[in-house]
Design a protein around this ligand. Structure first.
Ligand SMILES: Nc1ncnc2c1ncn2[C@@H]1O[C@H](COP(=O)(O)OP(=O)(O)OP(=O)(O)O)[C@@H](O)[C@H]1O
Ligand SMILES: [Mg+2]
Length: 253
């Protein structure tokens, strides 16, 4: 089993889209998949068609009661994956947890049971480096980085690497297991140059599959459906299908 933190300390690079799309496709391949929304924005929860205001137990309650496991807050979805949802209440958890002993390891503790139940656990992290991202990184075996094919994205990588280096004191085997180049527009040469730089710098860690810029990926979260359901034949859906195959090949089942 594999726990993947989908993380990047930069907003709007495709973390949530990648967590959702890869997760649903891995389930299509027959894997038992749990998705965890640890972002107060609750984008993943909403993209799966759940209303955050109607949720009883969320990742917030899981973090407050880590020894209870994550099962009591896990809900099913229409798309073959289970979900530990987030609500806006999570925004207050940053303060609530501030003084708590072992606050960096709450999610890791809570996922001990789920590790036996699922083949993949994918954690959708927020863009900021706070208690939630650190919890995602300490709970994970490996980091999956969505890297926007944009010059500024490259500058964010050293920052993420530094964070991982620090988190290794708590989670020694943590590493960047995969980099997925996202939002690529083949019409601009800048994207190609950046992609090339990423591949030279990070080598085999970079997935062969490239996620194109595809407007269906903008529309599908508003419809509350994963891309494979919203627009199965779109370039975005096809790319995420390929990426999930690569993830499955890399991590096994
Ligand atoms: N390949 C793509 N093509 C076009 N739009 C995309 C693509 N991937 C994601 N998007 C859109 O870009 C926006 C940001 O994507 P997403 O929410 O996945 O990023 P994020 O890294 O999770 O953002 P945040 O840091 O705020 O959590 C969303 O509106 C999403 O629908
Ligand atoms: Mg997000």
């Amino acid at each position: 089993m594999t726990v993947l933190a989908v993380a990047m300390q930069k907003g709007g690079v495709g973390k949530t889209t990648t967590t959702l799309s890869v997760g649903v496709e891995l389930a299509q391949l027959g894997a038992r998949v749990l998705l965890i929304d640890i972002d107060p924005q609750s984008n993943l929860t909403q993209a799966l068609g759940h209303d955050p205001t109607a949720i009883e137990n969320s990742v917030y309650e899981v973090l407050l009661n880590p020894t209870h496991g994550s099962g009591f807050a896990t809900i099913t979805t229409d798309y073959g994956v289970d979900l530990v949802p987030a609500t806006l209440a999570l925004a207050g958890a940053e303060l609530t947890l501030a003084g708590r002993f072992g606050r960096e390891l709450l999610l890791r503790t809570a996922l001990q049971d789920a590790r036996r139940t699922y083949d993949y656990i994918l954690i959708d992290s927020p863009p900021s480096l706070g208690v939630f991202t650190v919890n995602a990184l300490t709970a994970a075996d490996s980091v999956l980085v969505p890297l926007q094919a944009h010059v500024f994205a490259l500058k964010a990588m050293p920052q993420l690497e530094e964070t991982i280096q620090i988190v290794r004191q708590l989670n020694p085997s943590l590493r960047i297991g995969g980099v997925a180049v996202t939002m690529v527009d083949r019409r601009t040469s800048v994207n190609a140059v950046v992609e090339d730089t990423i591949r030279r710098q990070y080598g085999d860690v970079v997935f062969k599959t490239v996620i194109p810029f595809n407007v269906k990926l903008v529309e599908s979260p508003a419809a509350g459906q994963p891309i494979s359901v919203y627009a199965a034949d779109s370039s975005g859906a096809r790319a995420y299908r390929d990426l999930a195959q690569e993830v499955a090949a890399r991590y096994g089942k």
